[in-house]
Design a protein around this ligand. Structure first.
Ligand code: SAH
Ligand code: SF4
Ligand code: F3S
Length: 477
């Protein structure tokens, strides 16, 4: 899962109002919902479930919070600054609420789960606080607010996967969609708040996942990204009906194959892989299917074994390198990206240098890089002093970012002169004279519009030049 900042790519996805105005699927109440999402792809995917629940309850969506009856903000707690961003945004909602006192302001997601009812005391304008497993209760909670109360539901569940809810595709280009395959995380990395905000890991019924992928394909979508905090530990066993045969357990490699079998024209991506769990079976499955994109996000966090142990990542430097070797052996053209944390508790200069040398070993295609931010309640906050001065964390981060920039450029330069199969996603951000889309390795490719081809089609593009984030070329079909 990627919370997007300090990337070597230029992402602008940290905040998104919903672009489409959608009509209710249930009996209309004439009320309008505005929803805005922060944090990882899972949160964006959850907002689509929330919108689906409210549309079924007679709401329509709006892209302007000022005209909304209900304003939801789906929040992230991963780092201090992610929470700060949400608090700043809530301040901006305040004047709209002053003008329209009937407006309901709701906080959803990870910050809601972390702060619970404390949120109501800290931010007076908030009416409703809802954790990630309680979205089915939203209509009821809104009812309570309508009756003049504040409302909170932050119960976590061991079962909830929202498997039966058909997400409303918000902000969609109609070409690629997220499909959530599991929720929660059981890993307890010592720096991480996610196990506390998202609860225990549970996998979604594989049949509902394949059905969703098939329906997306039938509706014209050409790419699905399977989402989970640790997709490699996906595991689903169907309950046995009375007198029925026990069902075999489906693992991630098998699920990937099932989704890839929907159609050779449906691209399959996934995120996030965990170094301790990614198996050769997954890599061989990727090799077998042309439509499973050759791209793996494999967060390393640190290149030093002692720090990895303190982080409770349960692998060491040698293990991680062996997994990289396996990827290179089985999938020679695979793109690999990572997450790095600098300045974790007690990290020395020598240990930081091992992160840099790990980057040299892998030469990642791109990376998401962060200075360590202590999160209340995590194992690290309880056990270790956050003892690396802020300026040292930042300096180490700069070194990591600079190194990554060289490697991204190196990778993209290697792509120049080659032909890439690209799924056209739409016009490029800069110009409607250009299309953009990604190659197999997840690198953005920009090329002049050719009227023979439309968004949603695959084209072959010869890469002619590059920056450290984008390939530029021309269609050669
Ligand atoms: N499930 C994914 C990561 C989810 S969080 C995984 O295991 O890789 C996304 C990234 O945020 C993490 O990989 C980590 O690099 C970063 N992160 C998490 N907690 C952090 C913290 N307390 N300070 C700084 N970065 C953090
Ligand atoms: Fe957090 Fe670790 Fe779980 Fe990723 S695997 S969500 S970093 S606890
Ligand atoms: Fe995602 Fe942020 Fe929660 S990264 S799981 S939204 S803490």
């Amino acid at each position: 899962m990627l919370e997007l900042e300090h990337t070597t790519k230029t992402h602008d996805e940290a905040r998104q109002g919903e672009a489409l105005d959608m009509l209710p699927t249930g009996k209309s109440t004439g009320r309008k919902l505005y929803i805005e999402s922060y944090g990882c792809q899972m949160n964006f995917s959850d907002s689509e479930i929330v919108a689906s629940i409210l549309l079924d309850n007679g709401f329509e969506t709006t892209k302007d919070y000022k005209e909304a009856d209900v304003v939801f903000i789906n929040t992230c707690s991963i780092r201090e600054n992610a929470e700060q961003r949400v608090r700043n945004r809530l301040k901006e909602f305040e004047s709209a609420k002053n003008r329209n006192p009937g407006m309901i302001v709701g906080v959803l997601g990870c910050m809601a789960e972390r702060l619970k009812s404390k949120f109501l005391e800290e931010e007076k304008l908030v009416d409703v606080v809802v954790g990630p497993d309680a979205y089915r209760d939203l209509p009821n909670l809104i009812g309570k607010v309508d009756d003049g109360n504040k409302a909170v539901n932050v119960l976590l569940s061991r079962e909830e996967t929202y498997a039966d809810i058909n997400p409303v595709r918000l902000n969609s280009n109609g070409i690629s969609a997220f499909v959530s395959i599991m929720r929660g995380c059981d890993n307890m990395c010592s720096f991480c708040v996610v196990p506390f905000t998202r609860g225990r890991e549970r996998s979604r019924d594989h049949q509902s996942i394949v059905k969703e992928a098939r329906e997306l394909f039938e509706a014209g979508y050409k790419e699905v990204t399977l989402l989970g905090q640790n997709v490699d530990s996906y595991k689903y066993t169907a309950a046995v009906a009375e007198g029925g045969e026990p069902q075999p357990t489906v693992n991630f490699a098998q699920l990937l194959a099932m989704v890839a079998d929907v159609s050779p024209d449906l691209r399959v991506r996934f995120s996030t892989s965990h170094p301790k769990d990614i198996t050769d079976e997954v890599l061989h499955t990727m090799a077998r299917y042309e439509n499973i994109c050759k791209y793996i996000h494999l967060p390393v966090q640190s290149g030093n074994s002692r720090v990895l142990d303190l982080m409770n990542r349960t692998y060491d430097r040698a293990w991680y390198m062996e997994r990289i070797d396996a990827i290179r052996r089985i999938l020679p053209d695979c793109g690999i990206s990572t997450d790095v944390i600098t300045g974790f508790c007690t990290e020395t200069e020598e240990e930081h240098a091992e992160t840099l040398s790990m980057m040299d070993y892998v030469k990642y295609d791109f990376a998401y890089m962060f200075a360590y931010s202590e999160r209340p309640g995590t194992l690290a906050a309880k056990r270790y002093a956050d003892d690396i001065p802020e300026d040292v964390k930042k300096r180490r981060l700069t070194e990591v970012v600079n190194k990554q920039q060289q490697h991204s450029l190196f990778r993209l330069q290697n792509f120049v002169g080659k032909v890439h199969k690209v799924l056209i996603e739409g016009f490029s951000k800069r110009s409607d004279q250009d299309y953009c889309g990604r190659n197999d390795q997840n690198t953005m490719v920009v090329f002049p519009v050719d009227s023979r081809f439309k968004p949603g089609q695959y084209v072959h593009v010869l890469a002619e030049r590059c920056t450290s984030a984008t390939l530029m070329g021309k269609i050669v079909d």
